[in-house]
Design a binder for this molecule. Structure first.
Ligand code: NAP
Length: 315
């Protein structure tokens, strides 16, 4: 699988895996089977966060790493500093002490000495980058983190943070994780004011700068599959996507193109993120090995710019 360079000596595959699970040890076998298959098919990047299952996702991934003895073979992407309450941005957790505490809790739960990528899960633009970047830089200098990044930060804040870091000899952000999908949504639809979703301004900056993106939501959290099969829509994807009329048109075009190409709908949705004009890794989630294999038909083709334009506009 092709890789996306984050640092000169650090590259993630162009499909990364939400290795999140629900953290229940009884579910480890099914969860680990998905991670095993992902790695067999060439994937190297496993994503988790302190917030997921309130720390139990980190613990489950720690059990996986220990049972497979594969720490040196994977790129770990951890995230910390999720606000206590996403409806109220002022409850953000971005102080230097909180930045350090969340990382150290993740390292302990994962049973590792360092993480490859460590991202701030959300932002609070009221907190100056002058307070945040030195705290992250210290973790890099201590060898606990190889590269730092952010998630749900606007491109303006990333630029501001990196301008400050570079002017002061500190480590800059090297990657951002955000919702980037054929299925459109906005923070108003997700009802989370700390979300930053891909829009024209964000897209233009990533395209111009080549700044690496980990785009989540490629399967629209199951939205496309459920529309196509007629299965009942779960409340999550319904709220995120179904009230935006353009998404039903996109779903129809996704079905048409996947039919024309003779590949699965899930694989074309994944390829939309991977093959777009950005330097992107499609960050995916799968409930089963069967879902993963269905989406990984994307390894057999690449979408052209014309096919991507068709999915977006119908032309
Ligand atoms: N930084 C952030 O704020 C943030 C936010 C969200 C997610 N993430 C990361 O991104 C990862 C992916 O999350 P996502 O929810 O955005 O992922 P997604 O890939 O859009 O959706 C995953 C869901 O889509 C369905 N699905 C996947 N493959 C399918 C297939 N082949 N056929 C039919 N249905 C399929 C499954 O749901 P069902 O089984 O229910 O149908 C699966 O759980 C997460 O695990 C997490 O690591 C990060």
């Amino acid at each position: 699988m092709k890789k996306l360079s984050i640092l000169p000596d650090l590259a993630i595959t162009e499909i990364s895996l939400g290795a999140t699970g629900r953290g229940d040890p009884a579910q480890d076998a099914a969860h680990f089977a998905v991670i095993d298959r992902y790695r067999e098919l060439g994937g190297n990047c496993l994503d988790t966060a302190r917030k997921y299952a309130e720390g139990r996702s980190d613990e489950a991934l720690g059990r996986y790493l220990k049972s497979r003895g594969c720490r040196g073979e994977v790129i770990l992407c951890t995230k910390g500093c999720h606000p206590a309450d996403t409806a109220a941005m002022h409850i953000s957790r971005l102080s230097p002490a909180e930045i350090r505490e969340d990382l150290e809790l993740s390292l302990k739960a994962l049973g590792v000495e360092y993480t490859d990528l460590h991202l701030l899960h959300r932002d609070n633009p009221r907190i100056p980058v002058e307070e945040i970047m030195p705290a992250l830089d210290a973790l890099v200098r201590e060898g606990k983190v190889r590269a730092i990044g952010c998630s749900n930060w606007t491109v303006g804040r990333i630029q501001e943070a990196n301008d400050f870091a570079r002017a002061n000899g500190l480590t800059p952000f090297s990657v951002c994780q955000l919702h980037f999908s054929l299925a459109l949504t906005t923070p108003a639809q997700t009802r989370d004011v700390t979300h930053v979703t891909m829009n024209d301004i964000e897209f233009g900056w990533y395209k111009e700068t080549g700044f690496p993106v980990m785009g989540f939501g490629s399967q629209g959290r199951g939205y496309f599959a459920r529309l196509a099969s007629g299965a009942p829509m779960k409340p999550g994807p319904r709220q995120y996507y179904d009230f935006i009329p353009e998404n039903r048109r996109r779903a129809q075009r996704l079905q048409t193109l996947s039919g024309d190409l003779g590949v699965s709908l899930a694989s074309v949705a994944l390829a939309y993120v991977r093959d777009n004009a950005l330097r992107a890794s499609a960050l995916c989630g799968f409930s089963s090995v069967e879902q993963l294999e269905d989406a990984f038909q994307a390894l057999t083709f690449r979408l052209t710019p014309e096919q991507i334009a068709y999915l977006e506009t119908g032309r």
